[in-house]
Design a binder for this molecule. Structure first.
Ligand SMILES: Cc1cc2nc3c(=O)[nH]c(=O)nc-3n(C[C@H](O)[C@H](O)[C@H](O)COP(=O)(O)OP(=O)(O)OC[C@H]3O[C@@H](n4cnc5c(N)ncnc54)[C@H](O)[C@@H]3O)c2cc1C
Length: 317
């Protein structure tokens, strides 16, 4: 039987013939999406044939993400899992602000709800920040450290220039100030079945990626590369021990960064696809995904991405 990743790839033009024949058909029949289908639906999915398996896999991914979001929200005490409704923002207080590395600051928040949160490594949450004339706006930040016993969590925020409302808030906030946040959610999560893990991102991506690296069980094989401005701006995972190799772009923009893509190209990885986690600026993420899929031949679904920002767009949630 064909491995499932070869089915995902079969939707790409020219690869159609790869899934013809009984073995591929068996694999399609065995696809997790089709197994959970009602008979009518199953027929419809199978009718897609080559492209159908790809669409089904996507559909299954969306269904799982939605279920996971609802589950997390329920666990955190938000039945129905509705998102960021005003009344659902949680009150917290800034308890500490500390320069982490040049260009990044740690903001620690404490709020009663943080004691109940179940945060998976790499989780993020929306934070309400002053938006000037337009009133408060939401900006998304990854959870760098979560201490339920203390009902606190720490965010590591990039101070970019010229800053938007999020960056301005992080640069000026002081302990004692009040803030409201949403509940944590996950977009990329560790895949425990991966043969090996690859982490790629710039400094904002490094925040969730290093917390995920920290959470890998002992013996898990990990690789990766992170990008920042210079050696002084590098930082290790929250436990302070594990880290990844860093490359430096100097004063150049992190948008569509050729430095990071070239470094990924140079990575020596074990044979066969593992799971890659790519986070940060959108165009760089796309270039890294293209590299894994077209140059290394990895199935698209083995490359998990989380885009954080892109020039000209404000407040990606
Ligand atoms: C799931 C998720 C997790 C995130 N986690 C983190 C995190 O842990 N730490 C963190 O610092 N950021 C994180 N971000 C990114 C952060 O939400 C954005 O950078 C946010 O837009 C910054 O808000 P702002 O108000 O400063 O700028 P905005 O008003 O949103 O953007 C204004 C302009 O500033 C530029 N810009 C935005 N961000 C950057 C940047 N980082 N570097 C250079 N230029 C930029 C762009 O040109 C943009 O058009 C995350 C985003 C997402 C979606």
């Amino acid at each position: 039987m064909l491995p499932l990743h070869s089915i995902g790839r079969s939707a790409r033009p020219g690869a159609r013939e790869a899934i013809t024949g009984t073995t591929a058909q068996d694999a399609r029949q065995d696809h997790p999406c089709l197994r959970s289908c009602q008979p009518g639906e199953r027929k419809r999915h199978l009718a897609f044939r080559a492209s159908g398996t790809w669409r089904s896999a996507q559909w299954e991914g969306q269904r799982k993400r939605k279920a996971e979001h609802m589950h997390q929200a329920e666990r955190n005490g938000y039945p129905g899992g509705r998102r960021f409704r005003d009344e659902r923002l949680l009150a917290a207080k800034v308890t500490a602000v500390r320069a982490a590395v040049p260009g990044m600051t740690d903001v620690t928040l404490r709020g009663p709800a943080f004691a109940r949160f179940a945060c998976k490594p790499g989780a993020h949450l929306p934070v309400e920040v002053p938006g000037g004339a337009q009133g408060p706006v939401l900006r998304t930040y990854s959870v760098w450290r979560h201490t339920p016993a203390d009902a606190s969590l720490t965010l590591r925020i990039a101070l970019h220039h010229p800053g938007g409302p999020g960056s301005a808030w992080a640069g000026a906030v002081t302990p004692g100030e009040r803030v409201r946040t949403g509940v944590p959610r996950n977009r990329i999560v560790l895949d425990p079945r991966a043969r090996h893990h690859v982490f790629v991102g710039e400094e904002t991506g490094a925040v969730p990626l290093l917390t995920m690296l920290d959470a890998l069980p002992p013996g898990a094989v990990s690789h990766g590369v992170l990008e920042t401005t210079g050696p002084e701006a590098e930082f290790p995972a929250p436990d302070g021990e594990r880290t990844l190799r860093w490359v430096h772009r100097g004063r150049a923009s992190a948008a569509a960064s050729p430095v990071l893509v070239a470094a990924v190209r140079r990575l020596e990885l074990p044979p066969g696809p593992g799971v890659a986690y790519v986070a940060g600026e959108a165009a760089t993420c796309r270039a890294v995904v293209r590299h894994f899929v077209t140059e290394r031949g990895w199935p698209r679904f083995a490359v998990k991405t989380q885009t954080h920002w892109t020039p000209g767009k404000c407040g990606i949630l």
